[in-house]
Design a protein around this ligand. Structure first.
Ligand code: GLU
Length: 642
């Protein structure tokens, strides 16, 4: 196993002396999708009071609002807005734009995300979905024959962040877009000290570095071909200019070419996504492929306000991300399968990090990922059986496949057919022997969480997909040949679709995550909120990390509820991730050697790695105190106000 990064080692807690969960609520599987009536079989938690009592709050307590962000400058931008009386949504939007400047490799206006908002006044939760869409010209075979699609313009989806944040501010915020853009503009213009994460993936000496994919991006991240020094001063005047245009003229200035007002960002996006680069395909140099996005695609982009998917785990209520993300359904499926095990009980052979605990976690993840590959996609385009996938009667036989002490054989780790549990009376289909669809690797993204003094919450995961997206800035040359650069990276979100046309093995129709015009690629992003059994908000969190997002959020949930860790312990603890049906399991290296050996003996193919980076805010309903917990796997920063 390679050694842990220093920050992770420092953050590693000691596991001795963790209090055990004395008694377990062995409740029936109890999950449902909130947009529907709960099935009659859902049992009330055996003792709702126990569930509330078992979250262990500690650390610095606040009342004036808390932000937890993967970058100190981003956190400060949010805190500034809270200090000036803005609410959680105002602060979250300020953070999102500031991160575009200081953590540009992860997210920004060239991409999109999911902003989960819980409002104190109404007690409801909504998600502003600013996920990118496929342009009108997109076809299911878009990437066939394309070398490394995630580095080509053809991977760029129509960006959603600007209209999404604008909508969020108008409906749920109290400040103007211009006002909350101020910290980001200041950072882009005045500059900031390069942090280790800003430099971590630039790999300036490696010609395959994504940060070197195009000359302008290479020059920004590796000026003169050299890596920047940690702490060196970085500015981005082009981005400052872009943000000023948006502040002055509003979101339309991003989506429409309006020469009279100087709004030409849309031209930069459409021109930038025409980027193509010859790269090897199966060892043979192959021409790249530019994108077919038009100005009309940009103009047509609309964010969508969605209701969360809701479930319960050991009595706690959970609100999670619905399609087009697979995040909420997959997290709730895994929890639903694990609920029959006393995961916190060391006396029963479980407990944190016990091989038996990791064994059932890994297999529950494998089973859920089998369903994910077949049944999850953009529900505005395909009939995702959300209710069936979470139905206790569907999950029970799948949970029965989990046998502590045995690695579930590959032959049983396959998608089943949830449709009879979606629509009673539907006959189950026969599974055709077709290959699983192929999707690309994912690894960009940032998550942050905010609570304000009034008890409004935001849990926001934002992304340009891979680190640096396609590695190209929005830019164009004007008629005189003068270059115009907008200083933000274009996403490669369309590689979250199946990379080639596929077949759903139960419907024999196209794969649910195949590309179609206007469709949103399936995501793993899982902004989540945890509530007491009677609905009082307790925590908001989420993570970056592609499919390991789902695992990171799951691990932290188990740590809080089953292992009774404090929020910071729950985040620091080493994590496990299985994000395919194979026995390939990512384990963070802080697990002891004997645990690794026991898992290996069960037949898992163990790979060391880092699983996500969770930033959380929390609230203790008993005391009225607010808390934050940040992840040292990135530059997690908590700022709280008294
Ligand atoms: N594009 C990915 C998704 O939406 C996230 C990428 C990542 O977290 O690395 O699931």
């Amino acid at each position: 196993m390679p050694t842990l990064p220093r920050r992770l080692l420092d953050a590693r807690p000691s596991w001795s002396g963790h209090p055990l969960l004395a008694a377990f609520l062995v409740s029936t599987l109890s999950l449902w999708s909130c947009s529907q009536t709960p099935p009659a079989s859902i049992a009330a938690p055996a003792n709702p009071g126990d569930a509330t009592a078992s979250i262990r709050f500690d650390g610095l307590a606040y009342r004036g609002g808390v932000v937890a962000v993967a970058n100190p400058n981003g956190a400060e931008a949010g805190a500034e807005i809270l200090r000036r009386g803005g609410n959680a949504v105002d602060a979250a939007v300020a953070i999102a734009y500031a991160l575009n400047v200081v953590e540009p490799q992860s997210a920004g206006i060239g991409g999109g995300g999911f902003m989960m908002i819980h409002r104190a006044a109404t007690g409801d939760t909504v998600i502003v979905d600013s996920r990118e869409t496929a342009p009108a010209a997109a076809t299911p075979d878009l990437f066939v024959g394309v070398p490394e699609p995630s580095r080509q313009g053809v991977a760029v989806g129509v960006p959603g962040m600007v209209r999404g944040t604008d909508l969020a501010l108008h409906r749920y915020g109290t400040r103007s877009l211009a006002r909350v853009l101020e910290p980001a503009i200041r950072l882009a213009e005045g500059g900031f000290a390069a942090t280790p994460d800003f430099l971590a993936n630039t790999n300036c000496n490696n010609p395959n570095s994504r940060a070197l994919n195009s000359p302008a991006v290479a020059e920004y991240f590796c000026p003169g071909g050299k890596a920047r020094e940690p702490g060196s001063w970085v500015t981005n005047p082009s981005l400052a200019h872009t943000l000023r245009l948006i502040a002055q003229h509003g979101a339309d200035c991003f989506y429409r070419l309006l020469p009279d007002t100087g709004c030409d960002i849309a031209l930069g996006i459409v021109t930038g996504q025409r980027f193509s680069r010859e790269l090897p395909l199966a060892g043979v140099p192959t021409p790249g492929k530019g994108g077919g996005m038009t100005l009309a695609d940009l103009e047509a982009y609309q964010p969508v306000v969605r209701a969360p998917i809701e479930g319960r785990y050991r009595g706690y209520r959970i609100q999670a991300m619905p399609p087009p993300s697979s995040g909420g359904l997959t997290v709730l499926q895994i929890l639903g399968m694990l609920e029959r095990f006393p995961l916190g009980d060391t006396g029963a052979g479980f407990g944190f990090g016990a091989p038996q605990t990791l064994n059932v976690m890994a297999d529950a993840m494998r089973l859920a990922f089998a369903d994910r590959a077949v049944w999850m996609g953009d529900a505005d385009f395909v009939p995702v059986p959300s209710r069936g996938l979470l139905a206790p009667a569907y999950l029970a036989p799948r949970a029965a496949l989990l046998q502590p002490g045995v690695r579930a054989p590959d032959a049983v780790v396959v998608a089943a057919d949830p449709r009879p549990f979606e629509v009673p009376g539907t006959a189950p289909g026969t599974r055709l022997p077709v290959a699983d669809p192929v999707t690309g690797p994912e690894k960009g993204t940032t998550h942050f969480s905010v609570i304000d003094p009034w008890g409004n919450w935001v849990s926001y995961t934002n992304t340009i997909e891979a680190a640096y997206g396609i590695g190209v800035f929005a830019a164009y040359q004007d008629a005189s040949g003068e270059g115009r650069d907008f200083g933000f990276l274009l996403n490669n979100e369309l590689t979250d679709f199946n990379l080639a046309p596929s077949i759903n093995p139960y419907t024999a129709g196209p794969g649910y995550n195949d590309i179609a015009p206007g469709k949103r690629p399936r995501s793993s992003m899982s902004p989540l909120m945890l509530f007491t059994p009677d609905g009082q908000p307790l925590a908001a969190y989420g993570s970056p990390g592609g499919p390991t997002i789902i695992s990171a959020v799951l691990n932290v949930t188990l740590n809080l509820i089953d292992h009774r860790m404090t929020p910071q312990q729950a985040i620091d603890a080493p994590r496990l991730s299985a994000s395919s049906t194979s026995g390939y399991v990512l384990l963070e290296p802080a697990f002891p050697q004997e645990v690794l050996e026991a898992m290996s003996d069960l037949g898992y193919n163990l790979v060391p790695g880092v699983v996500g980076a969770v930033q959380a805010v929390l609230f203790d309903p008993e005391t009225g105190h607010q808390y934050g917990a940040a992840d040292g796997r990135r530059e997690g920063t908590v700022i709280g106000l008294p």
